[in-house]
Design a protein around this ligand. Structure first.
Ligand code: SF4
Length: 227
């Protein structure tokens, strides 16, 4: 069977802003600082906490720079984050979350993520394989797993991480430490808190649970060496 193989055009790093999970925002901001790269990152999906009167950001948007390129894409189209920490969305591409919803159940005090993945036709490899994908994507449940195993695996990891964050946040809710509801922030608000930062206060082992402790240590060591 034909398998997906990235043709390294770098097109996906110029296509659209990059969505980051909350802990990825922390990692990417630290990496940008340690590399002296200017980045613009803004909260994307947020949930209101009535107890602290702030919005908990579950995801963020990393904007392309003025040249419509990811700020971490080098002049020769190499990803500067590749060997340290590459965001999930970059590892799953062109298998990407098409729809991300967080269902907020106030009765059970539960946040349930619902994510629908699809294949991006902006990728030239996908465009070339379009007949094959159209034929099998919906008809064969194992197709994606076999066609793009690395990207599929990364998507599974991404969803596991998302579930860790929403489960821990739901736990805080049930413990009465937050009071969550769906309410969009007013224009211009700066009352945001990163979901990962909030959860880490109550779960110091969170970097280990998410498997990012090694990356965090590496970034801290690099920063200490530069200071
Ligand atoms: S982080 Fe790397 S792979 Fe992701 S869009 Fe930027 S340059 Fe491309």
């Amino acid at each position: 069977m034909i398998r997906f193989k990235c043709s390294l055009t770098g097109l996906c790093c110029k296509a659209s802003p990059i969505t980051l999970q909350s802990f990825e925002e922390m990692l990417v901001s630290l990496l940008a600082e340690s590399m002296s790269i200017d980045v613009e990152i803004a909260p994307a999906y947020t949930i209101y906490d009535a107890l602290s009167n702030q919005w908990i950001a579950l995801s963020y948007t990393l904007y392309l720079n003025d040249d419509n390129r990811c700020p971490f894409l080098s002049k020769n189209n190499m990803c500067l984050l590749h060997s340290i920490y590459k965001p999930f969305i970059c590892r799953t591409y062109p298998y990407v979350p098409r729809e991300v919803q967080y269902l907020v159940n106030s009765e059970l005090k539960l946040i349930i993520p619902q994510v629908v993945y699809g294949v991006s036709t902006r990728c030239p490899v996908i465009e070339a394989h379009k007949p094959l994908i159209s034929k099998y994507f919906e008809a064969d449940a194992n197709f994606i797993k076999e066609y793009m195993p690395n990207e599929y695996r990364a998507a599974m990891e991404a969803e596991r991480a998302r579930l860790v964050i929403t489960t821990l946040l739901s736990n805080l809710w049930r413990e009465g430490l937050v009071e969550l509801m769906q309410k969009p922030p007013p224009m211009g608000s700066d009352r945001f808190i990163n979901a990962y930062s909030l959860l880490q206060r109550y779960n110091p082992r969170l970097p280990y649970i998410l498997g990012i402790h090694g990356v965090v240590e590496k970034i801290k060591l690099a920063k200490a060496a530069n200071d």
